[in-house]
Design a protein around this ligand. Structure first.
Ligand code: NAD
Length: 297
């Protein structure tokens, strides 16, 4: 069983510590909220007075905090983890923070001979309670192998994201997609309400089309991902449809910021000569705009 220092006992950290205790790990905790510390010590954790004390003698130190400045301060401040962290121990930041802050923290630790990996989590605090978090591990294979058993106390799957920094990178992209899709889906549902459609109808139709299933598993595999942009559904037709939607929305006094952005993007792709390509070529258009080399020969 491992000695674990755990800092940040909020909605996520508290149940994660409970799950580590259930698997008989020895957990030393620190949080600025005394109430939550009391709760977790009643369950078998040992309360410490600072991050520095929580890291003393630990094999692993886990941080689960709201932002990068806090992660940095609990590591590097006067009472920070770095002063007692052994060179053999592994510091695992499981918070969702800015990737540049995460990289800065890694570099500062490594310059001091310490080891760091990013392992943010997917899913919600309900999954933290049941121990079913999706753990997005950014680190060397050796670090992930070492941390695997501990990580699997808190989650039911560890994804090897592809090296140091890649855990926080995939977390960021995942959250972008989830948040943007939430707004886009909301816009579609409210438009359907304006048009007098029933929710059940919308749900039924979307669950059988790329609108609800997403494009990764529907339109992309046989076209874009095979490098074939010959049209199954022409980009110009999608652009025409979006134009109709925007006109209808305008007549219904329905603001559609997500729709407007998509319409402009398709219009740009059409202007660049992609009208007769498959609509999955929109990804190539975005690659062009971002100066990312095409994946299609
Ligand atoms: P939270 O606000 O509930 O908990 C943060 C905890 O950190 C609190 O207990 C707070 O007292 C403590 N804290 C703040 N400053 C501190 C300091 N200087 N020293 C020690 N402890 C300190 O946040 P949360 O929901 O547990 O989220 C933690 C991280 O997990 C965030 O980065 C969040 O983005 C990420 N996350 C949250 C969820 C979710 O569903 N809540 C899901 C995935 C990822």
């Amino acid at each position: 069983m491992a000695n674990i220092g755990f800092i940040g006992l909020g909605q996520m950290g508290f149940p994660m510590v409970c799950n580590l205790l259930k698997k008989n790990h020895a957990v030393s905790v620190f949080d600025i909220d005394c109430e939550v510390v009391k709760k977790v010590t009643n369950l078998g954790a040992v309360a410490k007075n600072s991050p520095r004390e929580a890291a003393s003698g630990a094999d692993f130190v886990i941080t689960m905090l709201p932002n990068g400045q806090l992660v940095e301060s609990v590591i590097f401040d006067e009472q920070g983890v770095i002063h007692t962290l052994s060179d053999d121990a592994l510091l695992i930041d499981m918070s969702t923070i800015h990737p540049l802050e995460s990289e800065k923290i890694r570099q500062r630790l490594e310059a001091n001979g310490k080891q760091f990996m990013d392992a943010p989590v997917g899913r919600t605090s309900e999954h933290a309670v049941t121990g079913d978090l999706l753990i997005l591990a950014g680190g060397t294979d050796e670090q992930i192998d070492r941390a695997n058993d501990v990580l699997l106390c808190m989650g039911n799957e560890v994804v090897r994201a592809g090296g140091p920094g890649m855990g926080i990178a995939i977390k960021l992209v995942n959250n972008f997609m989830s948040a943007a899709l939430n707004a886009l889906s909301g816009e579609a549902v409210v438009l359907s309400e304006k048009l007098g459609l029933r929710y059940e109808t919308v749900e039924k139709v979307f669950s059988g089309t790329p609108a609800g299933k997403g494009h990764f598993t529907t339109t992309w595999p046989n076209k874009l991902l095979k490098g074939d942009l010959s049209p199954v559904f022409m980009l110009g037709l999608a652009q025409k449809d979006l134009g109709i939607v925007m006109d209808v929305a305008s007549k219904l006094n329905m603001p559609m910021p997500m729709g407007a952005a998509a319409t402009m993007l398709y219009t740009q792709a059409k202007a660049h000569g992609r009208e007769k390509q498959d609509w999955t070529a929109i990804v190539e258009e975005i690659r062009d705009a971002a100066a990312v080399p095409s994946k299609i020969n």
